[in-house]
Design a protein around this ligand. Structure first.
Ligand code: 0L1
Ligand code: MG
Length: 258
């Protein structure tokens, strides 16, 4: 173990790794680093983005399904912040030149219609939702070999990198058990159910309200909450097209360029 940098210095390291698309070593392999410190780092790294002009547009929940936990060997629900710079426009090609080793996973997105924060019930969470949509999250761990421990991934804004959201549907749609398929170049690569997301993606929204409040944040009207991947993620390859279909909600697709 070497002497450790402070949280602001660690925030600068993860922020610069994300900006330059350069892989870094896990912090937990170098010094003692706990979850509270990791969330402090996440806040400070996002503050650096906001200082550069980015805007907070929501929250992502991570590792909300067993498939996701198994893929990365971390078994706790985590969260991160979404900024406008992470928005991928549907239909526009996504250039992955700035990423380290990007992957994509099928998700359900919530559009927040009324402020939500703290310990809320599923019914309260539901009544704050203006729309639900199929979504794809592009994750990109900044750690070498996509390997990390819990505190590392939290400090890295829970691998948040990009997201694309399909058409908004009515919040009246029952999203508790919808078939979800992630296709690569027209072939199904991952098949799952929205029930894999904490039993019901609305539970993930409840967790998002609690998590945001722990950092002094409120889920604001107009914000997006990504409920988490229903299946393991697939690596992105230049020239390929990725599509997420969610039963009753529709689909969202994007293509990848260098
Ligand atoms: O569920 C997720 O969005 C994943 C968060 C971090 C773990 C990963 O990079 O796969
Ligand atoms: Mg995700």
């Amino acid at each position: 173990m070497t002497s450790r940098p402070n949280t602001a210095q660690i925030a600068a390291i993860v922020d610069e790794a994300a900006l330059s698309g350069t892989a870094i070593a896990q912090f937990t392999a170098q010094f003692e680093f706990n979850v509270d410190e990791a969330y402090a780092v996440q806040t400070q790294s996002i503050d650096r983005r906001l200082a550069r002009g980015e805007r907070l547009v929501g929250v992502k929940m991570g590792l909300t399904s067993r498939a996701k936990m198994a893929q990365v060997g971390v078994d706790q629900v985590i969260w991160g912040r979404l900024t406008d710079a992470m928005i991928v426009t549907e239909g526009a090609p996504l250039s992955i030149g700035r990423f380290v080793h990007p992957r994509v996973e099928p998700e359900v997105a919530f559009l927040i219609g009324a402020s939500l924060a703290g310990n809320v019930t599923i019914a309260e969470a539901m009544s704050a939702v203006e729309g639900v949509a199929p979504a794809a999250e592009i994750i990109d761990s900044r750690y070498q070999n996509f390997q990390f421990a819990l505190a590392d991934v939290i400090a890295d804004n829970s691998s948040s990198s990009g997201f694309v959201v399909g058409p908004w549907a009515s919040p009246e749609v029952d999203i508790s058990n919808l078939a979800m398929v992630l296709s690569v170049d027209g072939r199904p690569a991952q098949i799952g159910s929205s029930a894999a997301i904490l039993g019901n993606p609305l539970r993930s929204l409840v967790e998002a309200a609690r998590a945001a409040a722990s950092a002094g944040l409120t889920l604001e009207p107009g914000w997006i909450v990504l409920a988490g991947g229903a299946t393991a993620a697939e690596p992105l390859a230049v020239g390929s097209t990725y599509r997420v279909d969610v039963e009753s909600l529709g689909s969202v697709a994007f293509s990848v360029t260098a």
